[in-house]
Design a protein around this ligand. Structure first.
Ligand SMILES: NC(=O)c1ccc[n+]([C@@H]2O[C@H](COP(=O)([O-])OP(=O)(O)OC[C@H]3O[C@@H](n4cnc5c(N)ncnc54)[C@H](O)[C@@H]3O)[C@@H](O)[C@H]2O)c1
Length: 315
């Protein structure tokens, strides 16, 4: 049984991950319930985790350097999985400096705390956005800092600090780059969550730009990718965790129409900061970790719609 810190454990990915880890590990969640989206919803996530088992929860803002380092030292974990961040490409265009604080400075504090506490492994949640506006499939070596949003720039910078602290403290450093994650309890600011909510309310949905493609990855596959990284990766390395199967906007719309036949789509111009395409080359994770995404997009979407019909009205 490992002692594992999950920062951002009250969030979308963190709550699913915590439930998986609780099956055979001791879980310490650090999360400040940031109001980027409803803190009420994050408290519901915490209650949902509790249905699996007990865990430790600390309402700590990771921007507070001394508090963060002290807390991590007190917990003294074997593994730190750092998911906490301010997400969202669109918001980062308007508030770029917040991403320096939440996604870079807070990460430095966590890395320092992990180092001082003697943790043996740190896993950092990065993003497909670090590949910028290239043509896929994206191999891990293709990230070169040429990104198109402050969010992506912050993630790329945070990755650099991960390499620095790996050298300073000698812990095993794994960077996992997630590709557009969706599923039950999905983040309410992301396309699939927004679309389903509007459709449940009988409202039209708004599409930005045309012909964009996303490597939508079901939450269970992301959790499995993180778990495999924790137990199978033997050294410090970076892995794409995605489905490896890009979905065109038109395909997403036709899948949604199956569930919402009366769907009305309003098309708008492209949004600044959004890349045209994401597409993960997952061969490295497949060969080195035994990672194998299991959930087909149509099934994942069906599960997400089913969840939303049941829960969205309470959130
Ligand atoms: N969801 C995706 O599609 C996706 C894709 C690529 C990368 N990621 C990354 O995965 C991670 C988790 O994403 P998510 O979708 O679950 O987001 P989320 O917003 O649901 O979860 C992030 C959590 O971090 C917490 N947090 C933020 N700043 C904090 C701070 N300073 N101190 C303490 N807690 C703080 C928030 O309260 C929130 O609960 C993030 O690093 C995100 O950038 C997500």
């Amino acid at each position: 049984m490992l002692k594992i810190i999950v920062t951002g454990g009250a969030g979308f990915i963190g709550s699913h991950l915590a439930r998986r880890l609780l099956e055979n590990h001791e879980v310490y969640i650090i999360d400040c319930l940031h109001p980027y989206y409803s803190p009420h919803r994050k408290r519901i996530h915490l209650d949902w985790i509790k249905t699996i088992g007990d865990f430790h929860f600390y309402n700590q803002d990771l921007r507070d350097r001394e508090g963060t380092i002290q807390l991590i030292k007190e917990i003294s974990p074997e593994v730190v999985i750092h998911l906490a961040a301010l997400p969202g490409v669109a918001y980062s265009i308007n508030q770029p400096l917040e991403y320096v604080d939440y996604d870079i400075k807070a990460t430095i504090n966590v890395l320092e705390g992990a180092g001082q506490s003697g943790a043996r492994q740190v896993i950092f949640a990065s993003s497909s956005s670090v590949y910028g506006n290239q043509k896929g499939p994206f191999h891990e070596d293709m990230a070169c800092g040429k990104v198109i949003s402050p969010y992506a720039a912050a993630k790329y910078a945070a990755e650099s600090y991960c390499h620095v602290y790996e050298q300073l403290y000698g812990f095993q450093m794994n960077i996992v780059r997630f590709f557009t994650v969706y599923g039950p309890w999905g983040r309410p600011d992301m396309a699939i969550g927004l679309f389903i909510k509007s459709l449940l309310n009988g409202e039209e949905i708004h599409i930005f730009g045309s012909g964009s493609t996303r490597d939508y990855t079901y939450i269970d596959d992301i959790v499995e990718g993180i778990y495999l990284t924790m137990i199978k990766s033997t050294g410090s390395d970076t892995f794409n965790i995605g489905s490896g199967r890009p979905i065109k906007m038109e395909q997403l719309l036709s899948e949604l129409k199956i569930h919402f036949p009366a769907m009305v789509v309003k098309r708008e111009g492209p949004r600044l900061g959004d890349v045209d395409q994401t597409w993960a080359d997952i061969s490295k994770a497949v060969h080195q970790l035994g990672f194998k995404p299991k959930i087909a997009f149509s099934l994942g979407l069906k599960e997400t719609v089913k969840w939303a019909r049941e829960y969205e009205k309470f959130l």
